[in-house]
Structure formats: structure tokens, C-alpha cells
Design a protein around this ligand. Structure first.
Ligand code: MTE
Length: 310
């Protein structure tokens, strides 16, 4: 079975970009990316992490192979094809790396990634992950609970949402030389979603430091939401009073909402979300509400119309 049997969002975006730029500009944008590809070195091999515990909520399902997890990626800063991030992310420099923790908190600070990870015991959590493109994976993440970090920062009573920002640096991220997305990539969660014990900040997978293409050195993991909520290479976490903009809902508001909870009953305007193809398997599986995490998270949305709040 072909891997990409549904129209991925990037094709739609290529069309938008084509209209926005005109045919001539698109050809030159493609040439820029091709040059960037030719110059980029493959990422270095990952280092081992010391994991304290096998964390709660771990699924017993078989993890997707390391090869698939690291060669079938969405990371548009390194190109729009699934194989591009593995080939091009060698130019990312995840050390040293600073993260600004700011906004509606009593303890704003800029912290280095090494200092940050030393403060929290690292857990391994094997999560099912479901992409909006109707494929899924099982990923043995290594990370710590975002809620533990947020509590230490002491949110003020005005903090209702958490806004995340990825690195914006076209010298490290050649895909940012094209206007495929509005850079930098941004995402957001409601504060109760961010505080939920399932929500992770990941620094590794398969017991190793996160490979560049998977969002080194720090990325968000929210297993009951479509994969695009999992913002990579985070440089800023800002607590805010109002719902923050998010990259995909800004690009295509009819297709991608703020909540993006996995919901087999709400089709994407261009394809069904009822089933998914687990990478490495031939037969499709049924998609479960909240990606199978309904017991843990459904109560966060009590009283909300999830067909409207997609
Ligand atoms: N974060 C950034 N900065 N840029 C991206 O293009 N893609 C998102 C998300 N985070 C993306 C990102 C999408 S669409 C998905 S499905 C997941 O990352 C893919 O994560 P993976 O490649 O580790 O499976």
C-alpha cells in the first residue's frame, strides 16, 4: 500500500504558495530548497540519555521502528517531504540552546536546555501518536511533564493559555527561506491541557537524545491531539491570557483548529478521520476518540461541542 494515499496538507499549501507567489517565483523557491538540500549534511548520531523511570500512561503496543520514526517526519523548516528532515536537519545546532520562559508567571527566566533537563527526572513514556494526515506511530518518548515545569514558574491568575514558539533561523533551518508556512512555527494549549499529566516536553526517544529531525533539543508531545500540535525545537514558552495563534489554524482555518483533538467523527474537509494507517502495518486501524486517551482527557472538554471546536 502506498504510504501517501491521502492528499497531505503540503500539496494544498504548495497550491496556495503557487497562487501567492506566481509560477515563476515557485520555480525559484523550489530551486532554493534544492540548493539547501544539496548543501545540508545528515544529522549526527544521537547520544544515550539516562532515564529515571518508565513513566505512567505507557502503552504496551509495539513501538514503531527507530528507522521509521526518524525518516518519516514532518518538520517543514527542513523541507516538506517526509524524508527531507532526516536529510537536511544536520544544519540545526541544538547545543547550546536557550529557552525563554515568560509571560504570566512569577518566575520569568531564560534557561539553557542542559540546566532545564537536570531539574526533572527523565521518564520514558511510550505513546500512540496520530497525525492529521491519517497515519499513526507508537513512540517511546523520553521527557518530563510540562505541568511540573509550569508549576515551578508559578503562573499568575491571568495565565489561561500557553503559547510555544519554534526557532526562527534560516541559517540553521533552510526551509525557512521559503514562505511555505508563516515562520516561526507557533502552537498553543489551554492551561489545563498543558498541565495535564499526559502532556510531555520530550528531549529524547528510544533512550537517546532527540534526533534533530524529531525536534531537538526540546519538543511538545500531546498524545490525544493531532501531531501538528507537537511543536519542535522550542525556544519560547509564554503563558498568556488569550488564546494564542497557531501555525496550521492560521494557514488553513477551515481545516485545522486550535484544539485538534483526535476525533474519528469529525472528518477533515478533504478526507475521513475514521481510520488510520499505523506506519509499518498494512491493514488500517479504527481511529479512537482522543486517540485512545479519552479516559484521561475527555473531562477537559465536558460541555464543549467538539465538532465546532475541532
Ligand atoms: N514543529 C515545527 N517546528 N515544524 C513543523 O513543521 N510539524 C508538525 C509537528 N511539529 C512541525 C512541527 C507536524 S505536522 C507533525 S505531524 C509532527 O510535528 C511530526 O512529528 P515527527 O516528525 O516527530 O513524527
Amino acid at each position: 500500500m502506498a504510504r501517501d494515499e491521502i492528499t497531505p496538507p503540503q500539496l494544498y499549501l504548495h497550491r496556495r504558495e503557487f497562487l501567492a507567489l506566481g509560477a515563476g517565483s515557485l520555480a525559484s523557491a523550489t530551486a532554493v530548497l534544492a540548493t539547501a538540500r544539496a548543501c545540508a549534511a545528515p544529522p549526527p548520531p544521537a547520544q544515550k540519555l539516562s532515564i529515571a523511570v518508565r513513566g505512567k500512561f505507557t502503552t504496551e503496543e509495539k513501538p514503531t521502528s527507530f528507522e521509521d520514526l526518524t525518516h518519516y517526519n514532518n518538520f517543514y523548516e527542513f523541507g516538506t517531504d517526509k524524508v527531507d528532515p532526516a536529510q537536511n536537519a544536520g544544519s540545526l545546532r541544538p547545543h547550546p540552546w536557550q529557552i525563554s520562559l515568560e509571560g504570566e508567571i512569577k518566575k520569568p527566566q531564560i534557561i539553557d536546555i542542559d540546566q532545564l533537563t537536570k531539574q526533572f527526572p527523565l521518564e520514558e513514556r511510550v505513546y500512540r501518536m496520530r497525525c492529521v494526515e491519517a497515519w499513526s506511530m507508537v513512540i517511546p518518548w523520553v521527557g518530563f511533564s510540562l505541568g511540573n515545569l509550569l508549576r515551578r514558574l508559578e503562573p499568575t491568575s491571568r495565565a489561561k493559555y500557553v503559547a510555544f514558539t519554534s526557532l526562527h533561523d534560516p541559517t540553521q533551518m533552510p526551509g525557512q527561506k521559503r514562505s511555505v508556512l508563516d515562520w516561526p512555527y507557533v502552537e498553543g494549549l489551554r492551561i489545563d491541557e498543558a498541565m495535564h499529566p499526559l502532556t510531555l516536553l520530550a528531549v529524547g526517544l528510544y533512550g537517546q537524545v532527540l534526533p534533530h529531525q524529531n525536534g531537538a533539543p526540546l519538543r511538545l508531545v500531546v498524545p490525544w491531539k493531532y501531531g501538528f500540535k507537537g511543536i519542535k525545537s522550542i525556544v519560547k514558552i509564554r503563558l498568556v491570557a488569550e488564546q494564542p495563534p497557531t501555525t496550521w489554524s492560521r494557514m488553513a482555518p477551515r481545516e485545522y483548529g486550535f484544539y485538534a483533538n483526535v476525533n474519528p467523527q469529525v472528518d477533515h474537509p478533504r478526507w475521513s478521520q475514521a481510520k488510520e494507517r499505523r506506519i509499518g502495518e498494512l491493514t488500517k486501524r479504527k481511529t479512537l476518540p482522543f486517540n485512545g486517551y479519552a479516559t484521561e482527557v475527555a473531562q477537559l472538554y465536558a460541555g464543549m461541542d467538539l465538532a465546532h471546536n475541532y
